[in-house]
Design a protein around this ligand. Structure first.
Ligand code: GDP
Ligand code: MG
Length: 443
């Protein structure tokens, strides 16, 4: 079982300070098993392991983490990265109506998802939505969509199983144009297995509609088979995104990784219930944890990282308390720390609210590795004296520092302002807020 296997990794690796070729291999063997158990397709697992191995090599083990934990940490990070972007919304940037075409096997959840998306688009985007069913094969498929439309309060374009799917689509588009709908959601038929007729039909629908979104709907329970389905659909159609349904079931969600790898398209939403409210934006990190199925270890790693933060924070506080002040060297340390913690969002979780409020204002939520690198680069271009006495940094020094870091003088100014704000905060905390700050650190 998994827990047993994990403790094996820990035992094998405990006490080793660095990740070596062989201990990575050991840990990777265990990760491989975990991914296969989660139903990630074998070729995808192989590619992933190769990539992650390369990344893990040469990484040092920070703080109180054991090498085994560090490996899992890297795996989790990489898995999160491979899952793709978080929260990619629907694209409506077309001449209205923005057309969304659903594709996928029968039973994948297309019709249900049209209902969910209709609700979402109407409520969140305040758009006027029309839905239409081009499923003339499955008994009652059209009626199913009519009921959903009624339930979520959007308009339904009448179609009949006596009509041609492409003719239905054209008529619905015409209707949507004439009545100024913002969005047209087009439900389609699916078969139990991929077949040529179905592929031709969905291609014809795509050609007739030229949709801005072509969403591949796939059942998370499909496991290994998801790979073949995803490949067939992504070869037939220029997909723009994926909806992974039935994540409320037992499926560990390995299909997410497979489908993402095969299509290269963002997973935009996940289905988490049968009801029309059961649609959520995709969270790569959560999905990575689920696929890895190592909840215990992951929270352990998180704890260890928190304690690294706390140690750093204690050191910093001691400095402030001793009256030595908080200088740019400390600021840089914060930033390096931030990077170790997986970027700004990672750090934000671990800092007290007062501080994150401030930093949040300074560093935009999307501020990433690149921004952190630039800040670090600027501080690296300063002399030791400048770092401890930033007030020395006047115009000519600013120019020199900017040139050294390959940035503009404005950027140097911005950094100095950020630093000043942080320094002020530190002073406030040192006046009597240390207890509060440390309590915040734990929370
Ligand atoms: P379609 O053939 O692709 O149109 O699939 P349907 O939308 O008809 O869905 C097939 C079945 O899966 C129905 O019973 C739905 O209620 C169910 N379903 C769809 N999405 C979800 C989901 O996210 N969670 C759960 N639990 N059931 C779902
Ligand atoms: Mg259907």
């Amino acid at each position: 079982n998994l827990t047993g296997r994990l403790s094996t990794i820990m035992k094998t690796l405990r006490g080793e300070a660095r990740l070596t070729e062989s201990n990575i291999s050991d840990a990777m063997r265990e990760v491989r098993m975990a991914l296969l158990e989660a139903d990630v397709a074998l070729p995808v697992v192989k590619t992933f392991i190769a990539q992650v191995k390369e990344r893990a090599m040469g990484q040092e083990v920070i703080g109180s983490l054991s090498p085994g934990q560090a490996v899992i940490g890297v795996v989790h990070q990489e898995l999160t990265r491979l899952m793709g972007e978080a929260n990619v919304d629907l694209n409506f940037a077309s001449q209205p109506p923005a057309i969304v075409l659903m594709a996928g096997l029968q039973g994948a959840g297309k019709t249900t998802t049209v209902g969910k998306l209709a609700k979402y688009v109407r409520e969140q985007h305040k758009k006027k939505v029309l839905v239409v069913s081009c499923d003339v094969y499955r008994p009652a498929a059209i009626e199913q969509l009519r009921l959903l439309a009624e339930q979520v309060g959007v308009e339904w374009f009448p179609s009949s199983d006596q009509d041609e799917p492409v003719a239905i689509a054209r008529a619905a588009l015409e209707h949507a144009r004439r009545h100024l709908f913002d969005v047209l959601l087009v439900d389609t038929a699916g078969r139990l297995a991929i077949d040529e007729a179905m592929m031709q039909e969905i291609k014809a629908l795509h050609a007739a509609l030229n949709p801005i979104e072509t969403l591949f709907v796939v059942d998370a329970m499909q496991g290994q088979d998801a790979v073949n389905t995803a490949r067939a659909f992504s070869e037939a159609l220029p997909l723009t995104g994926v909806v992974l349904t039935k994540l409320d079931g037992d499926a560990r969600g390995g299909a997410a990784l497979s489908v993402r790898q095969i299509t290269g398209k963002p997973i935009k939403f996940v289905g988490v219930a049968e009801k029309v409210g059961g649609l959520e934006p995709f969270h790569p990190e959560r999905m990575a944890s689920r696929v890895l199925g190592m909840g215990d270890v992951l929270s352990l790693i998180e704890e260890a990282q928190k304690s690294v933060d706390q140690e750093e924070a204690k050191k910093m506080m001691a400095k402030v308390k001793s009256g030595k002040g908080f200088d740019l060297e400390d600021f840089k340390m914060q930033i390096v720390q931030m990077r170790k913690m997986g970027g700004i969002s990672g750090l934000m979780d671990k800092l007290p609210a007062q501080l994150t409020g401030q930093l949040g204002g300074q560093l935009p939520a999307g501020a990433d590795e690149k921004a952190i690198n630039r800040i670090e680069g600027i501080i690296n271009s300063m002399t030791r004296q400048e770092r401890s006495k930033p007030e020395l940094i006047k115009a000519s020094r600013k120019r020199r520092i900017a040139a050294g870091a390959g940035v503009s003088v404005q950027e140097v100014n911005r950094l100095l302002n950020q630093f000043e704000t942080t320094q002020k905060m530190m002073k406030q905390f040192s006046k009597g807020g240390i207890g509060k700050l440390m309590r915040g650190m734990k929370g």
